[in-house]
Design a binder for this molecule. Structure first.
Ligand SMILES: [Zn+2]
Length: 310
């Protein structure tokens, strides 16, 4: 296939694998490669990314722009990675080191930001001015895209709602939770997949030991306790999303991560958001992502525009 416009390579730097994807201006996939992440070794991680880019470019016979999706965020103050669960990255000058290894300027963004950018560019949020992408997976993250551009900001935390405090108004007594970040009652501890499982265990008994996928299956099979867990989950998620909608009023909310596959949410959220958004009605569409797990690597490529200016 002859690429349309400049080719961009996205790199998804994950804890278990590093994936590279080349797309053209239309978002068509030209080449895809992946390798296992070198465990806990920073220099090998840089070398693996350099080699992946070289292989993709050799296959395509061209030189491309490169964008990287990384855990954590790059501190605007120091240029160093912070908040990454792949801890070998923390405190490293990842952008500068990759630019040196690849011999070109690179763009970096948080993986949740890459999800939001991918869905805003040619995914479920395409054509909408303001897109809030919310990840509901092992953790809860998010990104905000305005007119096709990621909102990063002076703290590089645009869209990061997962460690805001869960509003307590959904019930008389919201259960107290601790978060790995050191705060209490973070949205992540209720709205992540493990958060749903922990909530079910609190009510149904700690011995239940079942994950979010199983809770959803049980609810569909008529299990009353599982159905109640799913309803609590949806209500809390609606309340948490309402805090974003009240501030930003995005044109669309796109859900990603494992829990975004739960069909029931797309029925429950429109019903529940009206109760929590400060408006006579809530017309914000809440949509399932289009690109699924590929949104991380696609969004990294979209860190560069489809068409070069001039
Ligand atoms: Zn937290």
């Amino acid at each position: 296939m002859h690429p349309s416009g400049p080719v961009r390579i996205g790199i998804d730097l994950g804890g278990t694998k590093i994936e590279a994807l080349a797309i053209d201006a239309e978002g068509r996939e030209l080449a895809r490669k992946r390798v296992a992440s070198p465990a806990h070794d920073y220099a090998l991680t840089i070398a693996a990314i350099r080699d992946l880019v070289a292989e993709v470019e050799a296959d395509l016979g061209l030189r491309a722009r490169v964008g990287i999706g990384t855990p954590g965020a790059v501190s605007p103050a120091t240029g160093l990675v912070k908040n990454a669960n792949s801890t070998q990255l923390n405190g490293r000058r990842l952008g500068a080191d990759l630019a040196a290894a690849l011999g070109r300027e690179v763009r970096l963004a948080n993986d949740a930001d890459c999800f939001a950018l991918s869905e805003a560019s040619d995914g479920a949020g395409a054509g909408r001015r303001i897109v809030f992408g919310a990840i509901l997976g092992t953790g809860v993250g998010g990104g905000l895209v305005v007119d096709g551009v990621l909102r990063t900001g002076p703290n590089a935390i645009g869209g990061e709602w997962g460690h805001n405090e869960m509003p307590s108004r959904t019930e008389d007594r919201l259960p107290d939770t601790g978060c790995y970040c050191g705060r209490r009652r973070c949205i992540e501890t209720y709205a992540s997949g493990p958060g749903m499982a922990a909530d079910h265990a609190r009510v149904a008994g700690a011995s239940s030991g079942i994950d979010a996928r199983r809770i959803v299956a049980l609810a569909r099979a008529g299990d009353a306790a599982a159905a109640a867990t799913l309803e609590r989950y949806a209500r809390r998620l609606a309340s948490a999303l309402a805090t974003v909608i009240n501030v930003v009023d995005p044109d669309v909310v796109v859900l990603g991560g494992g829990v975004s596959q739960v069909d029931e949410l797309y029925v429950a959220l429109p019903r529940l958001l009206g109760e929590y958004v400060f408006s006579d009605r809530c017309d914000t569409p809440v949509l399932r992502n289009r690109h699924g797990d590929a949104s991380g690597v696609r969004g990294a490529a979209w860190l560069w525009p489809a068409r070069e200016a001039g």
